[in-house]
Design a protein around this ligand. Structure first.
Ligand SMILES: [Zn+2]
Length: 245
């Protein structure tokens, strides 16, 4: 068991839950050097193994490129690590249920226990505020920094017409938040459909958010789902290796 292996498995867990498809990535601040981070080479998440993990400085230059292709949107990771010393892991994804909330005025709100963190606030990054128009991916330090500034001290931000970014203090935290952000968006859409245009939806209030999150943090309730998903992903990765031999 190592953090590099956990990072490779995180790609697979996110793919398994439909949070990432052929695109999307997760990074970890280097445990050895906080001025660096670890990210896969440009590859579909379901294929990532430990051998694909590369090291980058916070300006998102690879430490040793070795001719490998790298993600265009790596600046999301580097610039957020610069702005947020509390952040140890970052996920960028295009998870489908979240996208409608980035293109409308309907706000994501805390709807259920496991996604209580939504109640801390999920701002929307409008890329037109930072570039006139054009390609909407975050492929420069300027856009990465702008996204980080919109994120502020929040756990996640939506990216209009694109996806979202999710941050946390560990790999398990950021993987689990990404999975439950997708589920939360889907459930909120369902609640809105059932309630109808004028219908009432009861969301978690501020105190419910605070006390639910405090219990989750102190009891490390994430451990159970993380251990389950991690062991499933490890089994699949090990089986693939056996087949290749
Ligand atoms: Zn993207």
């Amino acid at each position: 068991m190592s953090l590099v292996q956990d990072l490779a498995l995180s790609y697979r867990i996110l793919a398994e839950h439909g949070v990432v498809d052929a695109y999307g990535h997760v990074s970890l601040r280097s445990p050895a050097n906080p001025e660096r981070y670890l990210l896969s080479r440009a590859l579909a998440p379901e294929l990532v193994t430990e051998a694909d993990i590369m090291e980058f400085d916070l300006d998102s230059n690879p430490v040793e490129a070795d001719g490998r292709a790298i993600y265009l949107e790596r600046f999301i990771h580097g610039e957020i690590y610069k702005l947020r010393s509390d952040v140890q892991a970052v996920v960028h994804n295009h998870s489908p249920s979240v996208i409608p909330f980035g293109v409308t005025d309907v706000k994501l709100k805390p709807l259920f226990n496991t996604a209580a963190f939504v109640g801390l606030g999920v701002p929307t990054f409008e890329i037109r505020d930072f570039q006139e128009s054009g390609d909407i991916i975050v492929k420069s330090p300027h856009l990465g920094r702008s996204l980080g500034q919109v994120l502020g001290d929040k756990p996640a931000a939506l990216m209009r017409g694109h996806g979202s970014v999710v941050v946390g203090d560990s790999l398990p935290a950021v993987v689990i938040r990404s999975i439950y952000l997708e589920l939360s968006a889907r459930l909120q859409m369902q609640a809105m459909l059932i309630a109808g245009p004028q219908g009432r939806i009861t969301f978690l209030d501020e105190r419910e958010v605070a006390e639910t999150m405090a219990r989750q943090d102190s009891a490390r309730t994430w451990t159970r789902s993380w251990e389950l998903w991690r062991s499933q992903a490890l089994q699949r990765m090990t089986a693939e290796r056996r087949k290749r031999k």
